[in-house]
Design a binder for this molecule. Structure first.
Ligand code: ZN
Length: 282
């Protein structure tokens, strides 16, 4: 097992799973796409718990300008969802900038944590918007609680409910994945692809260049030797699918707030420089 799991994985993982199984109630009506035994209310309650645990291990970045910027970008993307979400979305910044936290964490019920490392690693606004759209998509499609539902049905006790990117850092490691049945990994890969497809649509509808996600994935996602053991589609496969999805959509004029460089500089000033990350291909 890799050592860079982060405290989050060790403490929250176990907690998540226990909570997930305890929160299941077969009498609830399935809500949303796919089998889901969670009601919206239960999902929000679960997310609120998980978010409070997450905050204990990941300090928040106290920067009003960066917070406003992320909140505005998040709100713009959420408004572009094909259906109004049943949750209120919350976007929070964390100080994680060690070079290992390069993607947002999506928690059930509308909580998105954006590490400083992502803002620093993004080449431009479209890359940031693409990854944020992917995080929003996981929550909108209720991947966390659908995963929990699947886990309960399969009587599988260690399924991550929090979706993170394919770089190292917040994410479940290959070591964890080795414990999961192959069916679960396929399920998780399908969720990642689903989130990518929705993210492309959201980014485009919100007026961001949808190529940003593929660009970021290409630079940041690890491509493990044993791809069959990963919860992510192969990096190149992911990029190809994203590009194909974009081709199927009508091109739009993209707008940029022009603030990105300024915000990046602001965050950099508040953060010690990150050590070089071997997975980041510049
Ligand atoms: Zn994802």
């Amino acid at each position: 097992m890799r050592s860079n799991l982060g405290i989050f994985d060790m403490s929250v993982h176990a907690f998540l799973t226990l909570f997930a199984v305890a929160a299941l109630n077969a009498q609830d009506q399935p809500v949303g796409k796919g089998v889901n035994l969670y009601s919206t209310e239960k999902e929000v309650a679960l997310g609120t718990q998980l978010a409070s645990d997450f905050r204990r291990t990941h300090a928040s970045l106290d920067d009003a300008a960066a917070r406003d910027y992320i909140e505005q970008m998040g709100a713009r993307l959420v408004r572009a969802l094909p259906q109004p979400p049943p949750f209120t979305y919350h976007f929070e910044l964390t100080t994680d900038s060690s070079g290992t936290f390069l993607e947002p964490a999506s928690l059930p019920g509308g909580y998105v944590f954006v590490p400083a490392g992502l803002i620093l690693a993004a080449k431009d606004e479209t890359e940031l918007a693409g990854t944020l759209a992917h995080a929003i998509a996981h929550i909108a499609t209720r991947h966390g609680t659908r995963q929990a539902t699947r886990a309960a049905i399969a009587q599988q006790a260690t399924i991550p409910l929090v979706f993170v990117g394919g770089s190292n850092g917040y994410g479940p490691s290959q070591g964890d994945n080795l414990l999961l049945p192959v069916g679960m990994l396929q399920f998780q890969r399908a969720f990642e692809s689903e989130a990518d497809m929705l993210a492309v649509g959201i980014a485009l509808a919100a007026g961001y260049d949808p190529h940003g996600l593929a660009s970021y994935v290409g630079r940041v996602q690890e491509d493990p030797q044993q791809a069959s053991m990963s919860g992510f589609p192969r990096r190149d496969t992911r990029i190809l699918r994203i590009e194909q999805a974009i081709q199927g959509l009508q091109a739009k004029t993209y707008t940029s707030s022009g603030e990105f460089a300024q915000i990046q500089e602001e965050v950099r000033r508040r953060q010690p420089p990150a050590p070089p990350n071997p997975t980041l291909q510049r």
